[in-house]
Design a protein around this ligand. Sequence first.
Ligand SMILES: [Zn+2]
Length: 501
Amino acid sequence: MKYLSLVLFIFVASVSNALTLEKYNKKPKLVVVMVIDQFRADYLTKYQKEFMPVGAKNEVGGFNYLISKGAYFPFAEYDVLQSMTCPGHAMISTGSHPYFTGISLNEWYDVSAKKKTYCAEDSEFGMSPRRLKTSTFGDELKNVSESSKVIAVALKDRSSIMLGGHRSDVTLWMDQVDLKWITSTYYQKEVPAWAKTVNERIVKSGVFKNREEAKKLLMTPVGVELTREIAEAALKSEKLGKNGQTDILAVSFSSHDMAGHTYGPNSPELKAMTLAEDKEISKFLTAIKNHMGSLNDVVIALTADHGVAPSVDYAQASKLDSGRIEYLAMYKKIYERLDQKFGRPSKEWISAGVSFNFYLNPEALKERKVTVEQVEAEVKEAMTGMPGVLQIATSSEIAKNILPTGELGKQLTRQYIAGNNGNIILIPKPFYISKGEAPVNHMTGYAYDRTVPLIILGPKIKAGVYANQAKVIDLAPTLSFINGALPPATTTGRVLSEIFE
Ligand SMILES: [Zn+2]
């Protein structure tokens, strides 16, 4: 009897998980991927009652439409040690961890060139995805249908570049000085005519009349509106979804992060931003529906590149142990110890500190005739026990597979790139951020930084709230599955098979 019920169970389970070949073979005409920068998971739950009702104002609806019609994973995760924009967008598009993407930080220090390297910078083209060392779901789609269009837009260059991948047809971002949509010659000589038209409209509208105020406007709902406008222009002018095969439109809304770093997630400014995003997403979805005639052949995904910590003031007022770690005060203690142990060099011991990664100065080590391993060990000793420091990882120890404890070690392994990451990586205690980089920040693998929503909706996809674990790296292989393409080359995510009906 037991055996029979087991057989029945396996039979039922296998039947309910299978898609019919007919459904599988029917590919979407358009895949729209939306990313909200710094959109922590609780924005959707906290303000849900204030979002537009589905179908209100003759529109499709915003977040309420997405969470009620889509497969909604309230707790999707970034399983890495440090959550930030460039690595996050690269993980979304490639389904891969940073050790594969080559992008473990937004920027890192190049010890031999003695300068910081930005994740999207390119000596030949200015900006390009050439530091991204693997393929994206858009790149893979082009293997099965070369004429598929792949378009990516965002205010931030690194966001659209990482989303668009290597073979994107159009990738646009906003020039932070000229305040117009631009691209690089990696993609094209100049932006398409429809982007020029939008740029002219922006100039005529006088929205950026006051240059001083202009950049501040990007961190208000104006930035969200501008992003929606350029995405809609791409949709219509490139006839996305109407080219006879699957097209991809990827949009990242950067304003949320720009404001979030100043005001923090618990501020009225970020509530206003979230409600504005709800309205803009409703307008955008309505434009897609009108353009396509219906949303029946459209797959829509929404996620974020990372979350954010509460502001230190908010955390302290909430009686949490929280604070700011000041690099210069830390260096003073470290240098005292190193000077005493090895003698004072004529150069600085540490060349740079970037996002809790510290890079030793090889010239100082050479002068004092000490090895990297010796210095790293002393720095680790000096930093251990400093306020806000939980653990310290060093490159020499990582090379010997001596890792931070438990989950921290796993998170580090998925992210770490020798040479990009620093000699010393500081793992802060929860609710500690670095002083001086931004008043509010995200740089850890803690739940507030790593937990984001993931929503996928479209034909074949079962609506509902999914309590099981999803990782953000599951999105790319899932989209590849839907598109009938290969998963990106180094995917470590899985196809979210439970969402299909
Ligand atoms: Zn940020």
